[in-house]
Design a protein around this ligand. Structure first.
Ligand code: ZN
Length: 312
């Protein structure tokens, strides 16, 4: 099979090069009372960063991209609105499936990253006929976690550097896969949500299927409950989930600390605007758009991919 390899050199650096480039002069001033060493580190980091970005960009030129509209009959501008009753029905059925298929197994993050990367690479290759091999490296901390406290993870679109900020248990496999879709060169949020779901749900790994279903249910609950954290909590309580699952869903609720939610709300608006300026529908692509995508694909008469891929 056709294969391309994106080197992702920046992801193998022990410290995030972006962070080094931004924070090195400041750190040097605080620690050493001098700015020159900081500047030298900054320049070196920028050089390595630029080199890595250029290599990845060159490798990506040979990439065959998924045509979402042709394959799934749905894309950012082609989403049918799923009716509320269908959403509620999906929540009930997902809750049941999650209860019945509950997997308690926890896999260490580096191993989980290798596993989901393989499944994602296989899935994309099943659509395009081309394997896009990328790094499975992940960071636990970067400056981005301070700037986007509401996010679970982040991918630096240029370098492919991925950071996971929080331990979210059953959701983690989906969050890592979402960031890895970006790393493979798909920068739209709807595409990351959709491909992560389709890859995990159509794998034969119960742990990964659980993560896909949990994310779908989480996003449905967000649409039904709106922005209200209390309504979200109540919806979780009424979903009839077993204790372990219910706790995992409750843990997704944002920290209600005043300052944190103030920063969070402000950054959310900025981020929403950024998405809209880059040909996306906004933050809604994470939940409403994502669930509408699966709804549209499942009913699409012209999708090239089997519609059962969108099953619960
Ligand atoms: Zn994303």
């Amino acid at each position: 099979m056709d294969e391309i390899r994106i080197p992702n050199d920046a992801t193998y650096s022990p410290v995030s090069l972006t962070d080094l480039a931004v924070a090195a002069p400041l750190a040097a001033r605080v620690l050493l009372g001098a700015t020159l060493p900081g500047r030298m580190v900054q320049v070196a980091a920028l050089g390595l960063y630029a080199g890595s970005v250029a290599k990845d960009w060159t490798a990506r030129q040979g990439m065959r991209r998924i045509d979402f509209l042709a394959e799934y009959g749905s894309d950012v501008e082609r989403l049918d609105a799923q009716p509320l009753a269908a959403r509620r029905d999906e929540i009930a059925r997902l809750g049941q499936l999650l209860n019945e298929g509950y997997v308690a197994e926890r896999v260490p993050r580096p191993e989980l990253a290798e596993r989901v990367n393989r499944v994602l690479t296989d899935y994309i290759a099943s659509v395009t006929g081309q394997r896009v091999e990328t790094s499975s490296q992940i960071r636990n901390v970067t400056l981005a976690s301070l700037v986007f406290p509401f996010a679970m993870g982040a991918c630096d679109m240029l370098s492919g550097d991925v950071a996971i900020f929080r331990d979210t248990g059953i959701f983690e496999a989906h969050i890592i896969t979402h960031e890895f879709v970006h790393r493979k060169g798909y920068w739209k949020e709807l595409h990351a949500q959709a491909l992560a779901y389709l890859a995990l749900r159509n794998s034969d790994d119960p742990l990964l299927i659980q993560a896909a279903r949990a994310e779908r249910m989480h996003r449905q609950l967000r649409v039904v409950a709106g922005e209200d954290p209390e309504a979200f909590g109540e919806a979780v309580d009424h979903a009839g989930l077993r204790d372990e699952l219910r706790d995992a869903f409750h843990a997704l609720r944002p920290d209600p600390g005043a300052i944190q939610s103030f920063v969070s709300d402000g950054m959310k608006q900025v981020y929403d605007m950024r998405l809209k300026l880059t040909g996306q529908n906004g933050l809604s692509d994470y939940d409403e758009g994502f669930t509408n995508f699966l709804f549209t694909f499942a009913a699409s008469p012209q999708a090239r991919q089997p519609r059962m891929q969108a099953r619960l």
